[in-house]
Design a protein around this ligand. Structure first.
Ligand code: PBG
Length: 336
């Protein structure tokens, strides 16, 4: 067959895709176990491994079971876990009082993990929703989320986490001024080396649904009217606003900044990573996990390929820390 074009075509991008070896040399983004954080759900009790319906493969774990899980995670080389507590309804009130209980589930779990596995970083969530009878991240007063009253509680909660052994405090509440409030109280209490990973651009997303089922933490109706988190979490339509949040968090002393969710916000991850002089994290959230799992269960997606593509894309956008419920699976795939 006659070849028509060869001499007119000096550029042939396919050369760099021609073999596995050359593709390895040309690869721009590398996903490593070093990038991963494994989120885990905890409950009070013993011997509990309670499956979360909307998140196949994820469980609410009592502390004894959590410790086995944590050892596996550490052995896989994953540097950090993020703990989220499922609190009994009877312990919830409008002020989230239980979040300051030194003998509560959260402090106990942090202590247990740090003594069983000191080398594994523990990231804790600071927000009131698991503890709030209103299902909100802040204190609700007359239907309004009271920013400044909430700050005092969040800062105390952060100090309790640090005293229990937390390495990184991650405020996910989206109250204004929380990074500053938490930094000040941590320093006063002598926890100068406990870092703050701020949920800087956390969007009011539909993709937190399965997580709220896991913790039974969905916002409650007020006088029969459903409520949502739109007065504190960001509007999915906004990108510029994420940069305003970034600059405020950096001024207030955030050590790392986060974008959440991940896949629908790759542009925001990219903008933050171009602008930020601290590491950028991204949270591949519950709904993103559940969508892939559902498609895999239906036989519509190849799990390994789909998950590695999604997480590599998050990395390519500029995140160096990725919270993902696939962390263990990814770590074992990267090993083999
Ligand atoms: C709450 C919190 C949420 C998530 C992490 N922390 C849910 C929410 O804001 O309602 C979501 C994580 C996920 O969906 O995986 N402070």
């Amino acid at each position: 067959m006659e070849t028509t074009f060869p001499f007119l075509m000096p550029k042939r991008p396919r050369r760099l895709r021609a073999s596995k070896g050359i593709r390895r040399l040309a690869r721009e983004t590398r996903l490593s176990v070093d990038n991963l954080v494994a989120p885990l759900f905890i409950v009070d009790g013993k011997g509990i491994k309670d499956p979360i319906d909307a998140m196949p493969g994820q469980y609410r774990l009592s502390i004894d079971v959590l410790l086995q899980e944590v050892n596996e995670i550490y052995d896989l080389g994953i540097p950090a876990i993020a703990l989220f507590p499922a609190i009994e309804d009877s312990l919830k009130d409008p002020y989230g009082t239980e979040c300051l209980n030194e003998k509560g589930l959260y402090p106990k779990a942090i202590q247990a993990v740090k003594s069983a596995c000191p080398g594994l970083l523990v990231i804790t969530d600071v927000a009131l929703d698991p503890y709030s009878s209103d299902g909100h991240d802040g204190i609700v007063d007359g239907g309004v989320i009271d920013n400044d009253t909430t700050l005092a509680v969040l800062a105390k909660m952060a100090v309790l986490h640090a005293e229990s052994g937390a390495d990184i405090i991650a405020p996910s509440d989206m109250m204004d001024g929380r990074v500053m409030a938490i930094r000040e109280r941590l320093d006063e209490a002598g926890h100068i080396n406990v870092a703050i990973l701020s949920y800087t651009a956390k969007y009011a997303s539909a993709y937190y649904g399965p997580f709220r089922e896991a913790l039974d933490s969905a916002p409650k109706a007020l006088d029969g009217v459903p409520t949502d988190k739109k007065t504190y979490q960001m509007d999915p339509a906004n990108g510029e606003e994420a940069l305003r949040e970034l600059h405020i968090d950096l001024e207030e002393g955030a050590d790392m900044v986060m974008v959440k969710p991940a896949i629908n916000y790759l542009d925001v991850i990219h903008r933050l990573s171009m602008e930020s002089d601290v590491p950028v994290a991204a949270y591949h959230v519950s709904g993103e996990y559940s969508m892939i799992k559902a498609a895999v269960q239906a036989g519509w997606l190849d799990e390994k390929a789909a998950v590695l593509e999604a997480t590599t894309a998050i990395r390519r956008a500029g995140a160096s820390v990725i919270f993902t419920y696939f962390a263990k699976q990814i770590a074992s795939w990267l090993k083999s």
